[in-house]
Design a protein around this ligand. Structure first.
Ligand code: C5P
Length: 301
């Protein structure tokens, strides 16, 4: 038997960041949305533990960490240890989500690995336990399990789904070179040494989301990591301006960047923005809708 699990990229519609905590993490009030850009992970039985990664044309294969740094390996080891067994299985990951792009590509793979490992080995881990293991592995991984649209607090790992009846159209432009998430957070600290302990509330964003109106949502989009990301990569500011000139309602750095996402008013608006950006020389332009489901099994053979 082998199991294939699909996990989605995320964007942050709101990312309020507070002053760094004693444990080095930042308190967040965030709203995640899973969008239709996926990694697929297949797990088959094997004696040892192995991971092979295949990437889409737009991804640099050398950017994916291997060995013990690969989050899929860490996820499998953690779940196996809880079950009191040695970790085993052959993972194959097909990546479409930009690496180190601020779209939780690694977190998606980790969430997919947890679901696949649990299923293949018949561990029957409860949802709560799976979320706890996910939180231990990384702040965004519980959301990658849950998917849809959800509010995240704590360091982002405490996730509550929110009602979202919309179909939102996004255009995403990844960069050829990733940005380090810790480096962007460190730069936020340098720019805002007196950041408030309580991050900016996600309430206004949630109200805009509930309205179902793209123009209102566009106005409410908020990312406290955008300023440090643009300070480290000034060309991201130019990219945002270009997409907005091509018809997008609003451009925004995704999470810690460097991927830039554009909210569009419709499928036609997304097509126009994507064509405009491609015509202006962007090599990779992706179009997706959100929200979509969290990590889920798509094939069992
Ligand atoms: O939890 P995760 O492994 O994804 O976090 C990666 C890094 O991002 C952390 O080591 C930390 O530097 C930064 N981070 C943070 N505050 C958060 C989440 C992540 O400072 N809430």
């Amino acid at each position: 038997m082998s199991v294939t699990v699909r996990a989605a990229a995320k964007i942050n519609l709101h990312l309020g960041v507070g002053r760094v905590r004693d444990d080095g993490f930042h308190p967040l009030d965030t709203v995640y949305q899973a969008i239709g850009l996926h990694d697929d992970l297949t797990l088959a039985p094997a004696d040892g533990l192995s991971v092979v990664t295949r990437v889409a044309d737009h991804i640099d294969p050398t950017a994916v960490p291997d060995g013990d740094d690969n989050v899929v390996v860490r996820a499998a080891r953690l779940l196996a240890r809880r079950a009191g067994r040695p970790a085993s299985g052959a993972f194959e990951v097909h990546k479409d989500i930009p690496v180190a792009g601020g779209m939780a590509g690694g977190s998606a793979d980790a969430a997919a690995a947890l679901v696949a490992y649990d299923r293949l080995h018949g561990l029957r881990t409860s949802d709560d336990d799976l979320l706890a293991v996910a939180a231990e592995l990384g702040s965004d991984i519980p959301f990658s399990l849950v998917g849809g649209t959800a509010r995240g607090v704590g360091r982002g790992e405490i996730v509550t789904p929110v009602e979202d009846a919309g179909t939102w159209w996004w255009v995403a432009v990844p960069s050829t070179e990733g940005l380090s998430t810790p480096a962007v957070y460190r730069h936020f600290d340098a720019l805002h040494p007196d950041a408030p302990e309580t991050p900016a509330s996600a309430e206004p964003l949630l109200a805009a989301l509930a309205s179902g109106e793209p123009v209102r949502l566009a106005r409410a989009l908020h990312n406290d990591l955008q300023e440090p990301a643009i300070d480290l990569r000034p060309e991201l500011g130019d990219l945002i301006a270009r997409g907005e000139a091509e018809g997008a309602l609003r451009g925004l750095v995704s999470g810690s960047g460097p991927t830039v996402v554009f909210l569009c008013d419709s499928a036609a608006g997304a097509r126009e923005t994507a064509l405009g950006l491609a015509g202006a020389g962007e090599r990779v332009v992706l179009t997706a809708t959100g929200p979509v489901a969290g990590a889920h099994v798509v094939t069992t053979v």
